[in-house]
Design a protein around this ligand. Sequence first.
Ligand code: M6R
Length: 587
Amino acid sequence: MCGIIGYVGKRKAAPIIFQGLKKLEYRGYDSAGIATLHDGEFFIKKDAGKIDDIHKRLNLTDLPGSIGIGHTRWATHGGVTKENAHPHTDCHGNIVLVHNGIIENYQELKRLLSGHDMRSETDTEIIAHLIGEEMKNGKDFVEATKSTLKKLEGQYALLILNKNDNRMIAARRKAPLLIGVGDGDYFPASDIPAFLDYTKNVIYLSDGDMAVIDGEMKFFNIDLNKEVQREISTIDWDPEQAKKGDFDHFMIKEIVEQNETIQRVIEQDDSFMLSIADEIKKHKNVILVGCGTAYYACLTGSYLFSKIANKYVIAVSGSEFSNFKGLLNEDTLIIAVSQSGETADTLEAIRAAKSVGGKVFSIVNVRGSSLDRESDESIYTKAGPEIGVVSTKAYTAQVAVLLLLAHAVVGKLEEGKNRLKNLHALVYNLTALSTRKYLRRLAEKLKDEEHIFTIGRGLMYPTALEAALKLKEVSYIHAEGFAGGDLKHGSIALIEKGTPTIVFVTKDTERDVISNAMEIKSRGGYIIGVGPENNEVFDHFIKVPEVGFADPITHIIPMQILGYQLAVLRGCDPDKPRNLAKSVVVK
Ligand code: M6R
């Protein structure tokens, strides 16, 4: 949930780390800090708050040295305070480190450290003390770190420095960590955008890996207890994709980009897609799994497989997956859906399936992520870096991949591709400035509402759920989605005069969902229709084209824009909603 970056090279480390942390801020933004090593001294600055504010107060870039580490935090253990901000040191200030993840046995380990002066409430600080303790007992930096890592339970991506040593140690277990490899520079980091301005060459660390970095790199795997080799791969992302350009926020930039990102989904290799479809056909027990927005993509997928391919595919939320473990066996095929490929619950689900011999495919955006590497096959969503914490272009790309797969299962891959091709101009219009202005006027009307409801039937049911999530997570207005027919089973009691309800309409659901809209309207509800044709029941109408099975894509886009506009009007930061982190790497 936090972001870490280090630098080892010939340039001044602090400005590079500072810029990298700004790129990683989407992973956590309640505190930040940097430590550098220069002439055998550590220089550390850290505080609570957003990184730009901390920089204004402390000037984070004037730390000397060409080796250093940085951290941007999403608090798990301990409040949002300067003391709990990373980097953390041992008692004597010989070891300094940053950590992303959770040490689950930190309380037991802390008991072994009696007499140590702990300055924070974090699970992280004990790691520095443990390494210090091992070194006191005669081990060198690398051996002391190895022994310490063997004691840790939980998830970690760690960057560690020792005052008397010019080497940096990077280590990971169940938390993302990769190393950008430049020309004589090394950039260990949580995610690619942190170093994309400097290099496209990257080494993905495996679970249990530890890299020792100075003028070169050596890799050791704690589980295998031996030295290992790791290859350099080249990233196909463009540094410009990770920048805001002329847009005020990443969220709106990424919404507008969907016109291109959806088209990139079509570039999948046909024979590969057909082989995946073949496996889906062969397996009786196919489970789609994802969290949050990715789960709503899964739910959409289960409708698409049913409607297009007449194939029963169940969608399960990653956080609830353990309740279905009993259903897993070697005939199970899990299709995990994730933007980051690092969501803890999704990873736990695929590991459970693999442990009983099941097959795992993933639909993932980040190449080289844990999910990508642990899956038997990966279909890349090719959406490019999604920096906004709120998922937009990754979601429509996930739905587009599922739409292609559902078509491929019944030998209609070409038809699926044509459906997506047809979206090009339509999505362009849906994200055009004129549409954004139109939705801003609606946002002005809704900005002081306490509640917004969304309803839809069929494919529009998961769309209603995703729309409600989009609106609430970014604007903090309570929003709730329902299946159109469910409202009258209880929730209609919440409708009062003027309660806004967004009604998603498609050709096949029109009759029934319009009746549901009538039921709400007759109780005073304010009806906002999203569909191909206006209707007298609507108080406000958002026109979207009728595109059949691709409706979940077209109908969600105005909701992404509306959420964005509401956030801006209400003074919320759309790129970094409160309490959220982009990658939820803890359970
Ligand atoms: O990286 P993932 O797609 O696995 O992330 C899953 C969810 O955490 C993510 O979609 C989350 O719900 C976002 N806040 C949605 O905007």
